[in-house]
Design a protein around this ligand. Sequence first.
Ligand code: F6R
Length: 249
Amino acid sequence: MHLYVCRDYDTISKKAAGLVGGMVSVKPNCILGLATGSSPIGMYERLAEMYRDGITDFSKVTTFNLDEYCALSEENDQSYHYFMREHLFRHINVPDENIHIPSGCTQDMEMECQQYDAAIAAAGGIDIQVLGIGSNGHIGFNEPADAFIGPTHLVNLKESTIKANARFFQSEADVPRRAISMGIGSIMAAKKILLIAHGANKAKAITATLEGPITPEVPASILQLHPDVVMMIDQEAAAGLSEYQPEGR
Ligand code: F6R
């Protein structure tokens, strides 16, 4: 596991975009696993800039997103389809047919889950998976639980996640209670993982992920078993790590 404690969010975003953009440069037809939420927004801005400046060409890239809320249409401005369009896809040249986001509105959700994992496998597997982390340690929408769930599956969101995500909705009551998410197995199958996190509210989850036992109660702790994880976090998110001494101490 490579841990970078960065000065601030902007530094994380630049460094993360460098890694993802670098992957696209060395493997133009690479498979990117993408996340939503506030963590990757700065990285997406940088990637869009790299496309505009002619540094990075996404024309052969394929993408798979981690998750989507159930029962929100793709046009709903709180859906992850909308988020990805606004923050990344409309600014770069990835072909529409290469973009994959699970549908939260399909009649047969079980089939949707199976087909999503099958599509990732058929594409050759994810080369680099971008992750944020919930303050409860979730990755994707894999919430703290009694067991790790491997494949893409339906999730009942935890109260803590509903509360955390309420900031994006008019009220907490509007936050969907269910979502579809890549499972821990789908995530761990990625060849490389990039986790980004900033802010004091992530410190407990980061410490538990890196220094705690591997347990489904902290889903991100499974990353200790992945052979190629890069974590880019800021000093506030690193504050609880036993090995970490803030600058100047
Ligand atoms: C988003 C996702 C979530 C977020 C996590 C952190 O696709 O899967 O696991 O990465 O909730 O969210 P932010 O970045 O908003 O703190």
